[in-house]
Design a protein around this ligand. Structure first.
Ligand SMILES: *Cc1c(COP(=O)(O)O)cnc(C)c1O
Length: 832
């Protein structure tokens, strides 16, 4: 950094930051300062104000290091990575930031002295729900791990005004409510940086002309709309290491100056309407998980993210390197979180060729050495395609560029496989209907293509992307997902954290492989007892949440059997529901001998337009209604649907879970990360060989994992000759379950509402093959129930799951991204 910057920072640090002490007294003083002098409130005021005062107190302690980190990274020798993602499912930040700063205990004490409960204040924080599910949460975990590993990585995303909708359950149905998470005030964890505002173009047409000075052909994009991208920066602290990375979220704003001519021309209404249109871009997160709807506004969002972020990086580069791009590729890398930001391939070409006047080949070399693509799904309905016509209208210049990329790419294909027109057709970025296959654009433009679990990456090479694999085998690699143990153990499971700290030390917080030390405690009866105690306390906490959110009382000594995740047919909440009905039928016919009392917990949101997923929610709630109110059932079976599943709910759910349900149809779940959160917190998994379950089972050992169901190859072999009726004919339990559903036992006053569900699982076209796995699921569930009754065996399994979960930390995942794809040098942020 320049000496001027450093001097200015030193002065500020000396004058201001020195005042900020992390002891109890310092925190208390600052908290009171914000509460009274800034917010004008007192200790008896509403909790929201105390939350804000505490958040500002904590934020103050991030700012100096944030600035210092920013300046250290600017040194030109340091390669940097940029994580481009349409979603960052952050959740709450207060506990996480205090934990990473190492001030949790002092803050708790400071507030206790003031007669306040820190838990109550923490509970008041609204989740930043800027994502749908796994993909967005992964991005947030990645950011945490990169900061902890001191990797110079910046996140780029969108600052949606409305995040993931809030879910209410009304009469058993999902009702969506807007999530105006910013409320009336500001998000305490963001800093607006108007000075880095960028301009994003839309519409218009392209006009080629010859530069009179150089004779080069230059294309001018005569856009008819320009939207401002205003950055809001969120600090991402590493764990006790002075690094504070940046997540930059773009907010769309109208360019008032641009519209001035229209105001002057008397088109007041049109000008204001256009302002709305511009600001609409970041108004709302699309609530679809694993499916695409092809809406124009979504394409606008994608381009807005990509264009603003790439301009941001390139303009900073130009500022510090005088438009010399020779070292750009070795100094920058962009990781594309799924195909959503894959327009980055075309947009970086546009910026380099049209704005920086590089030649095509030089620009293409840069693009194909800086872009890396992560695939997140094999489901065809999730593979993005945009119509060429829509792109022509909205993004004429990027479309030109994609056509040129494809033209040159197909020439390369023709060279490798002369005369193989069929292969050219298969590999073309444009399909036969003129739709742009975004995944193909991403692969052609990237030097790395990765899947998110071993099985998934293999399936990409064998199936979906096989043609590309034959062309560029060296591009393909696997990076098994993970989750951050800071949030998902240390932050959300204080009981477990304390138990671990006193027995194996604190190193696991930054080195999760340390958990393997737990195996030396397997025979330690005192430790085992404490382990069981922690689990029971966490189950009580979950029971309290259930009580608060549903009114139902559950017994914490029952087995807590949990499936929380987005509601989707491939995840097969239906299979779980069929098992619940089976248990209910068993109880009703009196076959309860040796039965294990269970609380079956469901949670998750359905995409608002996904009819079948919504019907599944209704079915679960109706079954719960009948089961929970049947006096003959009692504690043997309780069924719960926790409304509004979100990050902060999972922070209570995963520590309190005994049995983790990971039961997707084999070959459909790319990785899963919920499975990892449960495992770390000592839950045992019942699962198929799908996604990262495969690796979880390998790590924990067969005897500590409940496996069932068809395997990927068997599922594939069954396609076209799947006969669900044959499973029904051979299974009296399944007949009993279907019979209860068909006679309307769970929908006595709502005739026909489950017909679609029944038809789908009985159809030979059922892609998810739910009935094929019913028998093996029920049998393995019975083994689970018996294992749970053997309390000692269960404790062993629980400890083993946690002990062997070390590799599922995003610290490991990020180290692998860095080792194989990014090649960044960790940077120790210097402090005085
Ligand atoms: C972890 C997490 C997910 C992902 O769960 P899967 O079981 O992997 O689908 C989704 N939503 C939230 C809120 C999460 O915390």
């Amino acid at each position: 950094m320049s000496t001027q910057d450093q001097t200015s920072l030193d002065v500020i640090n000396h004058r201001v930051s020195k005042r900020l002490t992390n002891d109890k007294a310092g925190l208390e003083t600052d908290f009171l300062h914000y509460l009274q002098n800034n917010l004008g409130r007192e200790l008896t005021s509403e909790v929201d104000y105390k939350l804000k005062a505490l958040a500002y107190t904590v934020r103050d302690r991030l700012m100096g290091n944030w600035k210092q980190t920013w300046l250290s990274y600017r040194e030109n020798t340091n390669k940097r990575a940029y994580y481009l993602s349409m979603e960052f499912l952050i959740g709450r930040s207060l506990v996480n930031n205090m934990l990473n700063l190492g001030i949790e205990n002092q803050a708790t004490e400071a507030l206790r002295e003031l007669g306040l409960s820190i838990e109550e204040i923490e509970e008041a924080e609204i989740d930043a729900g800027l994502g749908n599910g796994g993909l967005g949460r992964l991005a947030a975990c990645f950011m945490d791990s990169c900061a902890t590993l001191q990797l110079p990585v910046m996140g780029y995303g969108l600052r949606y005004e409305y995040g993931m909708f809030r879910q209410r359950i009304q009469n058993g149905f999902q009702v969506e409510e807007p999530d105006h998470w910013l409320g009336f005030g500001y998000y305490p964890w963001e800093v607006q940086r108007r000075e880095y505002t960028r301009r994003v173009k839309f519409g218009g047409y392209c006009r080629p002309y010859t530069d009179p000075h150089t004779g080069h052909l230059i294309v001018h994009w005569e856009n008819d709309e320009e939207v401002l991208a205003v950055p809001f920066d969120v600090p991402i602290p590493g764990y006790k290491n002075h690094t504070v990375n940046t997540l930059r979220l773009w907010d769309a704003a109208a360019d008032e100056a641009f519209k001035l001519s229209e105001f002057n021309a008397g088109s007041y209404f049109e000008a204001v309407a256009a302002k709305n249109e511009a600001e609409n871009i970041t108004m709302v997160l699309y609530p679809n998980d694993s499916s695409e709807n092809g809406k124009e506004l979504r394409l606008r969002q994608q381009y807005f993210l990509v264009s603003a972020s790439l301009q941001d990086v390139v303009e900073q580069w130009v500022k510090h390197h005088n438009a010399d791009f020779t070292r750009f590729a070795e100094s920058n890398v962009f990781q594309l979180n799924d195909t959503h930001p894959s327009l980055a391939v075309a947009e970086l070409m546009r910026i380099l060729v049209d704005e920086q006047h590089l030649g095509w080949d030089e620009a293409w070399h840069i693009v194909t050495h800086t872009m890396a693509y992560t695939n997140h799904t094999l489901l065809p309905e999730a593979l993005e395609k945009w119509s060429g016509d829509l792109m022509r209208k909205l993004l004429p210049r990027p479309l030109d560029i994609i056509e040129e990329i494809n033209h040159r790419f197909l020439a390369q294909v023709a060279q490798k496989w002369p005369g193989d027109m069929e292969r050219q057709r298969r590999l073309s970025i444009f399909d036969e209907h003129g739709m742009v296959r975004m995944a193909y654009l991403a692969i052609v433009g990237s030097f790395s293509v990765n899947g998110v679990a071993a099985l998934h990456s293999q399936l990409l090479k064998d199936g979906l992307f096989n043609d590309f694999y034959q062309l560029w085998p060296e591009r393909f690699n696997n990076k098994t997902n993970g989750v951050t143990q800071r949030r998902w153990m240390a932050g959300c499971n204080p009981g477990l954290r304390d138990l671990l700290n006193t027995n194996i030390g604190e190193d696991w917080v930054t080195d999760l492989s340390q958990l393997s030390q737990l195996e030396t405690y397997l025979q330690d009866s005192d430790f085992r007892q404490k382990w069981a105690q922690v689990k029971l306390q966490n189950k009580q906490r979950l029971a309290d949440l259930i009580k608060k959110d549903t009114g139902l009382t559950v017994n914490p000594t029952s087995m807590f059997d949990v499936q929380v995740k987005r509601i989707h047919e491939y995840k097969r909440q239906l299979l779980n529901a069929l098992h619940v009905v089976h248990l209910y039928a068993r109880i009703k016919r009196g076959a309860t001998q040796n039965m294990t009392p269970r609380v079956v917990v469901f949670g998750g949101k359905a995409a608002p337009g996904y009819h079948m997923a919504k019907a599944i929610i209704k079915l679960i709630n109706n079954v719960a209604q009948v089961v929970n109110n049947d006096p003959g059932v009692g504690d043997l079976l309780k069924v719960v649907f926790i409304p509004n599943y979100r990050v902060s709910a999972m922070e209570v759910i995963c520590p309190g879970t005994d049995l983790s349900e990971q039961i997707s149809t084999a070959g459909k779940e790319a990785s899963g990360t919920g499975n990892m959160k449960f495992m770390m917190n000592g839950a045992v998994t019942i699962g198929t060989l799908d996604g990262a379950n495969v690796e979880i089972r390998e790590a924990v050992g067969d005897e500590h994992f409940f496996l069932f169901g068809l395997q990927t190859e068997q599922v594939q072999d069954l396609i076209g000759r799947y006969q669900p009726q044959s499973y029904i004919d051979n299974d009296v339990d399944l007949q009993a379950v279907l019979n209860l559903l068909e006679v309307g036992h769970f929908n006595q006053f709502e005739p026909g509402i489950f017909d679609d569900i029944l038809a789908s699982i009985k159809s030979p076209q059922d892609e998810w093959m739910t009935l094929a796995d019913f028998r093996s699921y029920v049998e393995v569930q019975e083994q689970v129930a018996q294992a749970y009754q053997d309390a000692e065996r269960w404790v062993t399994m629980s400890i083993m799951n946690s002990a062997r979960s070390g590799m599922f930390s995003t610290d490991r995942t990020m180290s692998e991204y860095n080792r194989d794809i990014w090649h960044l040098k960790p940077i120790q942020v210097q402090t005085d």
